[in-house]
Design a protein around this ligand. Structure first.
Ligand code: HEM
Length: 116
């Protein structure tokens, strides 16, 4: 528990819900917090631009499609292949490449169990 100095006005601090790391409970403010797994719809899908989704769709890489991205076949080969392009900066061609924190979030989504 956080000590409140005598005379100090008690202040409630809420985690910033726009920050997926905080929403997921990985970053907590003032003690405790529940851990919520990274969500494809909330945290991962919005990281892909419309142009990414549209350019990859004809190749059968369905970046905005949870069923495709979470497909468990061949040891989650779809998500794994997408992750490799992000981590190795081979996609999108010429960039802009994902910064490390976004790549880490994608990795976390995978290790959290490919949750919707
Ligand atoms: C399994 C993963 C992926 C594969 C196999 C793949 C493959 C390809 C191929 C063959 C092309 C067309 C040739 C080229 O322009 O180099 C392409 C284009 C493109 N890809 Fe991917 N890609 C993957 C993932 C991604 C991801 C994760 C993004 C975005 C974050 C992305 C964004 C794009 C864009 C924007 C283009 C069009 C580039 C342009 O025409 O200027 N791709 N991709």
């Amino acid at each position: 528990m956080q000590e409140i100095a005598p005379g100090a006005f008690p202040r409630l601090v809420y985690p910033d819900m726009r920050d997926p790391e905080k929403r997921a409970g990985r970053v907590t403010m003032g003690g405790g917090g529940i851990t919520v797994p990274i969500s494809f719809e909330k945290d991962i899908k919005p990281l892909f631009r419309t142009i990414d989704v549209e350019h990859m769709e004809p190749s059968g890489v369905l970046l905005d499609d949870y069923a495709y991205m979470s497909d468990a076949s061949h040891n989650h080969a779809n998500a794994d292949a997408v992750f490799d392009t992000l981590k190795n900066q081979t996609m999108p061609p010429g960039g802009p490449f994902w910064p490390q924190d976004k790549v880490d979030l994608f990795a976390q989504w995978m290790s959290d169990g490919y949750k919707p």
